[in-house]
Write a new protein. Structure first.
Length: 528
């Protein structure tokens, strides 16, 4: 432990309820440096963040915290009921309220500490970031996902923490809010760990960690430095593996030649013994000694071969080859050019005040853009029939499916396999498991309750539930599908959508992602 260490992992392991070990024997020291944590979907980044913050106990080992840690959990907008809970200030505000009402409980004063003007600080910060007028004690469900994440983000940076852990904080944020987040990170004077797939956020950091199935890799610098270091590391690992394989082949050839010599020696020995006309008892003893010597040499050869095989396996494990992700394109029944969606002077229940007009035909791809709070997610819910419009007419022809930002169509206690088996009766179990495996969801993961999956795994599982259902999807509504997805999964999604024959209406703040979709147009909503 160094004098500047803030968090220390000592032989930490994390095992899931089904017995699967996500990671083990992690040893790490985090200090004041702003550090990124990257890794594939499902490798355990969020769980590691929870262990570091003290929200979860490790299965083995220990985590030492030498200062106050604040965790911004990526799922906070799902379980927060009030704006105060989103900002993680409800306990302090509650204590302030009780003190104002005459409480002298020491616990209330301890909860407040030096934060007597917290409510005023929050209101000032909200106003500065375009959220003025919010009632801190009001309900959280009046906010859009982007607004909710901004509240949580601002609450984190207003905390009195010595160390911040931010888990996918850019999810749901529009371009302006992402720029604000980047500025807040750069101005944060204390230690910070950023768990993210957002390359722009990761780039300026001082250190990058990658969590893999075999442990933690440590690189100095931001995302570009990590990529260079990872490429060099993988090249060295490939070279070492190639050298060991060549050595293994030479060793195997030498072993084959030695076995052939031993067999020739044994054959000559038996022939000479027969010709020497020796007593049978002497012949038997000589044969036993020869067999023992030959057996010992063959055992040595086998042990050397097994040791070399172990070295090759160990070298192969040091390679981190990208996992192939494949999304099968569903068949679409409707002919190209057929009108699937018509919006005439549609006003959503809240959010955008201006009426919306849109005509979308099979084969067309349109991006739905706008600032946080403009009503994009609400409009998708109106189109899918989950909400009624405040005014106007919505006409949908053909089947429609919505993938929302929370993958909420997956029951939390039900496994992905159980859900898809129930809703995709046309697929036999082995075919279904194969398709899930192509998405990067192996057998151990698809049999877990879906609430135990990572955010990226839930998105992929929800996408599978939409695409592999019996009734083909004609109109696909996607609300920030790139949230939580690692780069390989996002690229696979881009490839699938590029060949999808139905109509597509997608909400995303990822301009690179939108450019890959070969859009036919954009519909921009403005906030009230």
């Amino acid at each position: 432990m160094t004098p500047s260490s803030i968090l220390t992992l000592d032989s930490v392991a994390c095992t899931l309820p089904n017995g699967r070990v996500l990671f083990s024997d992690l040893n790490l020291t985090l200090d004041q440096r702003h550090t990124g944590l990257v890794g594939r979907n499902g490798v355990g980044k969020s769980l590691l963040g929870q262990i570091l913050a003290g929200h979860r106990a490790p299965s083995e080992g220990r985590c030492l915290r030498h200062a106050h840690v604040h965790l911004l959990d990526q799922q906070i907008i799902r379980y927060s009921r009030s704006i105060a809970e989103l900002a993680q200030v409800a306990p302090v505000l509650g204590a302030l309220q009780r003190i104002a009402q005459g409480s002298s409980d020491p616990a209330d004063f301890d909860a407040v500490g030096e934060r007597w003007n917290l409510a005023e600080q929050l209101q000032t910060l909200f106003a500065r970031h375009g959220l003025g007028g919010l009632d801190i004690n009001g309900p959280a469900d009046v906010l859009s996902p982007g607004q909710a994440m901004r509240v949580a983000m601002l609450g984190a940076f207003l905390s009195d923490a010595d160390y911040l852990i931010l888990d996918e904080p850019s999810n749901h944020l529009d371009r302006n809010a992402r720029e604000q987040l980047q500025a807040l990170i750069s101005q944060w004077p204390r230690g910070l760990l950023l768990i993210s797939h957002d390359r722009a956020l990761l780039e300026p950091l001082q250190r990058t960690l990658e969590l893999t199935a075999h442990g933690l890799l440590d690189f100095t610098g931001g995302y570009s430095a990590y990529q260079r270091g990872k490429t060099e590391q993988q090249a060295r690992a490939e070279q070492a593996l190639g050298a060991l394989k060549a050595q293994r082949e030479r060793q195997a050839q030498a072993a084959r030649e030695q076995r052939e010599r031993l067999q020739r020696q044994q054959s000559r020995g038996r022939s000479q013994a027969r010709q020497a006309n020796q007593a049978q008892i002497l012949l038997d003893r000589q044969q036993q000694r020869s067999q023992a010597s030959t057996g010992k040499r063959q055992q040595q050869l086998q042990q050397a071969s097994e040791a070399m095989q172990a070295q090759v396996r160990e070298a192969a494990q040091r390679l981190d080859r990208p996992q192939a992700i494949h999304v099968q394109v569903p068949a679409v029944q409707c002919p190209a050019g057929r009108a699937l969606l018509t919006l005439e002077q549609v006003q959503v229940p809240f959010g955008n005040a201006a009426p919306v007009d849109l005509r979308l035909c099979a084969g067309e791809r349109v991006a739905l853009t706008g600032a946080n709070g403009s009503g994009k997610s609400t409009l998708l819910q109106v189109i899918s029939g989950q909400l009624a419009p405040r005014a106007g007419e919505v006409r949908v022809q053909g089947s429609v499916a919505l993938l929302d930002q929370h993958a909420s169509l997956l029951p939390g206690q039900c496994s992905v396999f159980e859900h898809l088996r129930e809703h995709s009766p046309g697929l036999d179990p082995s075919q279904l498991r194969t398709r899930l495996a192509q998405l990067g969801l192996d057998a151990a993961r698809v049999d877990l309750p879906s609430h135990l999956l990572s955010g990226g795994e839930r998105v992929k599982a929800a996408l599978a539930a939409l695409l592999y259902r019996p009734e083909p999807v004609d109109l696909l509504l996607l609300d920030e599908p790139g949230n939580h997805l690692d780069l390989s999964s996002l690229q696979a999604l881009e490839q699938m959508l590029a060949t999808f024959g139905g109509a597509l209406l997608v909400v995303s703040h990822d301009e690179v992602f939108l450019q890959q979709l070969q859009l036919h147009g954009r519909l921009s909503l403005s906030a009230e």
